[in-house]
Design a protein. Structure first.
Ligand SMILES: C[S@@+](CC[C@H](N)C(=O)[O-])C[C@H]1O[C@@H](n2cnc3c(N)ncnc32)[C@H](O)[C@@H]1O
Length: 416
């Protein structure tokens, strides 16, 4: 392979992608927030490259290791640049000459010969992606132990598929009409699933606010609230997906969150959809009020269930992080129990695929009893666990486009 001529076309986007990868993998940032630093014209391509790199990182590293005598350190610039280049070949079909021309200037004054050599070897061999990829080794080991190898295989597949776009509607009839008019599929009342990558703001009815974006799994906790209108506390509410569902179902909702900026987004969402709630900016662990007929605790968590849209969560969720979150979730649940009336309902939910944040939290709870969730309360294809809670795993509704990973339990505070 002859050395490609330096080209500045697309180089700024590759540099931005390299900065994003560095921010995510070395500084633990979320990709969307790392992307804010990129210049607007470079951002979409840079995000696509960094995102595809994160989706396929273990597979890309295997390729790189197969072409080097000495293993490149994980955080070396050479490895980062090679990862980005290979991801462009595998997932974005960038021609070899273009990816070489935009990779080498990123290592100017550094390991340019090494990167050129490894890339040349791999491109001559031919690199192609499959229908699935590997998840990080530690995640595969954890999920295999917790959920079995089938769930891991489904996770590998889900990681490279484009997740569908799920919309929640305030009005179930409007959802049916929207699905019929826009080629969508409805998998539950008030739900529409669209395939393809249309921009959300371009979809019909965005400005009218009859719907909002929400993964079907994320819509389950609010669906499991008792249906009679009641006073509901949404504790950890922002940006308000579940608050909107609860308000649309006729409940009088108090939405509490610690983050004022996220609560501002919740208020914008409520304004766009014309739904009402009281908002409170406070630390849920300290706040006292109520009691409420029902409380929804959608607790802060590792969010590993959202890996299809945010592959970087799998690199952030290291065991000490999970342990710390699990401790916080137990404290939040214990305090939430004091805010429910005797006989009232408390729904605990996390978008995590770690049992330490789901099953283990609920098994340890003392002041509440489980109110088993019935299969008839869930969309077809999602089956409650025999213990009465819902564990949504990779592989569920796979043919329909899958779901985020979630854990949901419905609990009741016993009458005094
Ligand atoms: C999983 S998100 C909630 C998503 C939201 N329920 C929805 O459906 O759109 C968790 C939220 O918990 C909030 N949070 C974290 N710790 C908190 C605390 N101690 N008190 C109150 N809110 C907290 C975060 O600001 C974040 O908005």
């Amino acid at each position: 392979m002859s050395e490609a001529k330096p080209s500045t076309e697309g180089l700024a986007a590759r540099q931005a992608a390299l900065n994003m990868l560095d921010a995510v993998l070395r500084r633990g940032q979320m990709l969307d927030s790392a992307a804010q630093k990129a210049a607007a014209p470079d951002r979409p391509l840079a995000l696509a490259i960094a995102g595809e790199t994160l989706r396929r990182l273990p597979e890309l590293d295997q390729l790189i290791d197969s072409a080097t005598w000495q293993r490149l350190p994980d955080d070396s610039k050479a490895r980062m640049v090679l990862r980005l280049a290979l991801a462009q070949r595998i997932a974005l079909n960038v021609p070899d000459h273009a990816l070489v021309a935009t990779a080498l200037p990123l290592v100017d004054g550094g390991p340019r010969r090494l990167v050129h050599g490894v890339l040349g070897t791999l491109l001559r061999r031919g690199v192609a992606g499959g229908a699935a990829t590997l998840l990080p080794e530690a995640v595969e080991a954890r999920w295999s132990a917790a959920w079995g190898d089938e769930a891991v295989a489904s996770g590998r597949l889900a990681m490279v598929r484009r997740p569908p776009l799920d919309l929640s509607f305030a009005d179930a009839l409007a959802a049916e009409a929207f699905a019929a008019a826009n080629g969508g599929v409805s998998l539950a009342s008030g739900h529409v699933r669209l395939q393809g990558g249309a921009a959300v703001t371009d979809l019909p009815g965005f400005n009218e606010g009859g719907w909002w974006v929400q993964d079907l799994a994320a819509s389950l906790p609010a669906r499991l609230m008792p249906q009679a209108p009641s006073r509901v506390l949404d504790l950890c509410a922002a940006p308000g997906g579940k608050t909107m569902q609860l308000a649309a179902a006729g409940h009088t909702v108090t939405a509490l969150d610690r983050s004022a900026s996220r609560l501002a987004r919740l208020s914008e969402n409520m304004a766009r959809t014309g739904l009402r709630t009281e908002t409170i900016a406070a630390d849920a662990l300290e706040w006292r009020g109520g009691p409420f007929d029902a409380v929804l605790l959608d607790a802060p968590c590792s969010a590993t269930g959202t890996f299809r849209r945010h592959p970087e969560v799998l690199y952030r969720a290291r065991p000490p992080v999970i342990a710390e979150l699990s401790e916080l979730q137990s404290r939040l649940l214990k305090h939430a129990a004091t805010l429910v009336s005797p006989g009232g309902t408390l729904i605990y939910a996390v978008c995590s695929l770690e049992p330490e944040e789901g099953e283990r939290i609920v098994e340890a709870v003392q002041d509440l009893t489980l109110d088993p969730i019935g299969a008839e309360e869930l969309p077809p294809g999602i089956v409650p666990h025999e213990r009465g809670w819902v564990r949504v795993l990779p592989g569920m509704l796979e043919a329909e486009g899958g779901l985020d990973g979630f854990f949901i339990a419905r609990l009741v505070r016993p009458l005094a």
